[in-house]
Write a protein that binds this ligand. Structure first.
Ligand code: C5P
Length: 308
């Protein structure tokens, strides 16, 4: 690094769960109209942005080999989109450290994009206002605005239009991560296909979930969790039924597949209960790995800017 160059900036962004996901019809642009409630979890990807002669991306951590490094990489796209909006060149090296499982239904790619926006905004001193950053985020993917804002939020439109939702206290989750990922477009297509052939159950009412989040009662929240994509993810990956059933047998307070899956999320009644449940699930042999996390947490944040 040359003396007159800004110091590297590291930002982190959280994984998300969809506590409620109801999927409406396909729109003209190919996306589905959604009503969803997101919660940001204490499981983070980190992105370090360093001045460089050209844009480059490297990925470290579990699953790193599964992340595409070409122009489709969401972090690279985020850097280019921010640079274009700010009128600067995207001369940055992005080093991603992944803790969020890839293609897990936890919005790991969206977290990388959000962390990149925040890190590059600080590195380049572009000082984008919040609304402009959220706009750029929405252009990158449906879940990227939420990865910026974090907390607990209602998402509508493609999922990108956000309003905060009151959630009392801290919720403890255990995530069962599957052997391999599922493609989000495939899961939406499978839902459309199933809807043509079968009569599917409607989602649990949204107000039950909103009230449960306000009550702070794990049992109420456990009963109110629902995800329209679950039936489609189970159709593509029937083995996930065993994972969900194992979590139920082991005493989880609630369970669902996260987003388009295949990660299964189990609600625990306390931090201690989450540790117990995580150990029991890990021993049950129904998933690749297990993570305990809590929510809600804040969205994308700069965590270090050496020498600034
Ligand atoms: O917006 P994002 O790139 O994350 O979406 C990935 C894919 O998920 C889309 O290409 C689309 O197939 C599907 N999707 C959808 N309706 C949404 C969000 C995502 O059909 N509201």
């Amino acid at each position: 690094m040359r003396a007159n160059q800004p110091a590297p900036v590291t930002a982190r962004a959280p994984a998300k769960l969809n506590l409620h996901l109801s999927v409406g019809p396909v729109r003209d642009d190919g996306y589905h109209e959604l009503t969803t409630v997101y919660q940001a979890l204490s499981l983070y990807d980190e992105v370090t942005a360093t001045p460089a002669a050209a844009l480059s991306v490297s990925v470290h951590g579990e699953d790193a080999a599964l992340v595409p490094l070409d122009d489709n990489n969401l972090a690279a796209r985020a850097a280019r989109a921010l640079a274009a909006a700010a009128g600067v060149e995207p001369l940055v090296s992005l080093e991603i450290v992944k803790a969020i499982p890839v293609a897990g239904g936890l919005a790991g790619g969206s977290a990388d994009a959000a962390a990149t926006l925040v890190a590059c905004d600080a590195l380049w001193g572009t000082s984008m206002d919040r609304a402009a950053l959220l706009d750029i985020a929405a252009g990158l993917g449906s879940d990227v605005p939420f990865a910026l804002t974090g907390g607990t939020a209602l998402g509508t439109g493609r999922g990108e239009r956000l309003a905060p939702v009151l959630a009392i206290g801290r919720w403890h989750w255990v995530l069962a991560v599957a052997e391999s990922g599922l493609s989000t477009p495939d899961v939406y297509r499978e839902l459309d296909r199933k809807r043509e052939h079968d009569v599917l159950l409607a989602a649990e009412p949204l107000d039950a979930l909103i009230n449960a989040l306000r009550s702070g009662e794990p049992a109420s929240l456990g009963d109110a969790l629902s995800n329209d994509l679950q039936v489609a993810a189970l159709s593509l990956r029937p083995a996930l039924r065993r994972t969900l059933d194992a979590g139920e047998d082991l005493g989880s307070t609630g369970r669902l597949i996260s987003g388009s899956g295949p990660t299964c999320a189990f609600l625990a009644s306390s931090a201690d209960d989450a540790v117990r449940l995580a150990a029991a699930l890990a021993g049950a042999g129904v998933c690749r790995t297990v993570r305990a996390a809590y929510g809600p947490v804040a969205g994308a944040r700069v965590v270090s800017a050496v020498g600034r």
